[in-house]
Structure formats: C-alpha cells, structure tokens
Design a protein around this ligand. Structure first.
Ligand code: CAA
Length: 257
C-alpha cells in the first residue's frame, strides 16, 4: 500500500514493515535539498507510527542505492549554504540513527559519499555483488559532510575508515563485508526478499525489547560503557512493565513443560 506521494521517494507500508525507496534514478538517486527534506518528512511521519517496527531503505533503478549528495547543487554553494546543507543531511541521518524503528539499508548498487553515509546511519546493511562503497569527497575538494568521518570510523575502525576517506577509492561488496561495513552480501534479485526476511526475524520479537535494545547499543556507543550499562539496566527493568515479557516467558515455560 503506497501511503504518501512524494516527488523523490516511494513509501510502502505492510503492517509492521515499511519500505522506503529513494526514487531519483536519473541522477543515481543523488541527494539534493528537496529530496532530503522529503526524507525528513517521511521519517518523521513513520516515527509516529506505533505499529511499525522495521523500515527498509533502498534505491530505485538498477545502478545505485545513492551516488552521494547532488554535486550539481553543491558546486556553487557559499560556505554558509554548504554548512546548512551539511546540517540538513546530518539532521536527517540522525533521525534514522535515533529512530525507534530498526532501519535496514538494502544497498542495490553504488553507495557513495552521502549514499554510504545514509547506509551508515542505518542499523544493518545488506549488499549485492553489484554494490560499491566509498567516500570520494576528497577528490571533489571537500570532506565527507553527512557523518562519514564519524560513523564509518565507529563501524570499521579508524585505520580502515581513514583509508577509504583519504584515498576516496571505491570498494566492492566482498571487501565491504570483510571490513564489517556490510552485514551480508546477497544475490541481486534477492536483495529486497532477503531484507524482508531479515525484517521478519526482527519483527517476530517483542516491540518494546527491540526498541530498547537499539537505543541501548547506540547510547553506549555515544556515552561509553558505564553510561551504557546504566541504560541497559534500566531498559531491562522497563521490559518488566510490558505484557510481552510476561506472555513470552509464560509461553516459553509452557512449551517446555
Ligand atoms: N550528484 C549529482 N548527479 C549525479 C551524482 C551526484 N552525486 N552521481 C551521478 N549523478 C548523475 C550524473 O551526472 C549523470 O547525470 P546525466 O545523465 O544527466 O549526465 C547520471 O547521474 C548518471 O551518472 P554517470 O553517467 O556518471 O554514471 P556512470 O555509470 O558513468 O558512473 C558513478 C557512476 C561512478 C556513480 C558516477 O556517477 C559518480 O562518480 N558519481 C559521483 C559520486 C560521488 O562523487 N559522490 C559523492 C558526492 S559528494 C558527497 O556525497 C558529500 C557528502 O558527504 C554530503
């Protein structure tokens, strides 16, 4: 069921799962301001949906997930305009990272610059043999602008992140898998199906426990282990307020009788 009509996005929701497609294939789904604002609107809309547990983000067309921020739009920007643009991209990607939904990136081709950064803001990344990853910004005379220097470093470590960020070179799916940038490489025609299957494996679990688990991992990454453990302790305790905890534990004990 298509739930909203956007210029650059396609959004489908099926119960606890939604699929959001970046739909600007003529420019390899490059992110311009208007697209980023639509993405912000869609994410804010989905965040309010209490039924929704998992969001899959993918790109339209055969070639690209997202080939980066729109170079045509960026070229003539003043420093202040560039700052606003980076703030916009960062605020949108933070919505994904902080979302109370689990977000899966189904990377169906190029994930470059802002496209790789979009995938990095997601919780889990799936790729195909055709996926290519990179942060080519230095070759364009700029640094990464939508979180690449931070999230890539956290995910794959400083040495590997710096190699990608400083050379600007692209890597294929196998190398991305090897360094932990993607969780799994699947065959191209199965990408969305695999993403759905992964979503189902998450959706079968308790919604509150899933939500709090994502938050606890992120909180610890931001604040360090002491704060993270404190957050986890409270998350654990909060689960005991839910009907799901009682019902699921009861069902386990019944089954084992
Ligand atoms: N911005 C704007 N337009 C883009 C784009 C981008 N990032 N990437 C591709 N396009 C457009 C091309 O201009 C082209 O448009 P036309 O048909 O109108 O000429 C169309 O998409 C198809 O692209 P190509 O003809 O270049 O396709 P290709 O198969 O020959 O090459 C590619 C594919 C290797 C991905 C190549 O398009 C490319 O290198 N794109 C740019 C990648 C890049 O540098 N991304 C980083 C951008 S900076 C950034 O993202 C900053 C940040 O962190 C926020």
């Amino acid at each position: 069921m298509v739930i909203l009509d956007y210029k650059y996005l396609e959004l489908d929701k099926e119960g606890k799962l939604a699929i959001l497609k970046i739909n600007r294939p003529e420019a390899l789904n490059a992110l311009n301001k208007e697209l980023l604002k639509e993405l912000r609107e869609a994410l804010e809309f989905l965040e309010e949906d209490n039924e929704l547990m998992v969001l899959i983000i993918t790109g339209a067309g055969e070639k690209a997930f997202v080939a980066g921020a729109d170079i045509g739009e960026m070229k003539g920007m003043s420093p202040l305009e560039a700052r606003e643009f980076a703030k916009l991209g960062n605020s949108v990607f933070s919505l994904i990272e902080k979302s109370n939904k689990v977000v899966i990136a189904a990377v169906n081709g190029y994930a470059l610059g802002g496209g790789n950064e979009l995938a990095l803001a997601c919780d889990i990344r799936l790729a195909t043999q055709k996926s290519r990853f990179g942060q080519p910004e230095v070759g364009l005379g700029i640094t990464a602008g939508f979180g690449g220097t931070q999230r890539l470093t956290k995910l794959v470590g400083a040495g590997r992140a710096k190699e990608l960020l400083l050379t600007g070179e692209l890597i294929g799916a196998e190398e991305a898998f090897r360094i932990g940038l993607v969780n799994k490489v699947v065959s191209g025609d199965q990408l969305l199906e695999e993403a759905r299957k992964l979503a189902e494996r998450i959706i079968k679990n308790d919604p509150l426990a899933v939500k709090l688990t994502k938050s606890a991992v992120n909180f610890g990454l931001e604040e360090g282990i002491e704060q993270g453990l404190f957050f986890e302790t409270n998350s654990f305790a909060l689960c005991f307020s839910s009907e799901g905890q009682r019902r699921r534990m009861e069902a386990f004990l019944e089954k084992n009788k």
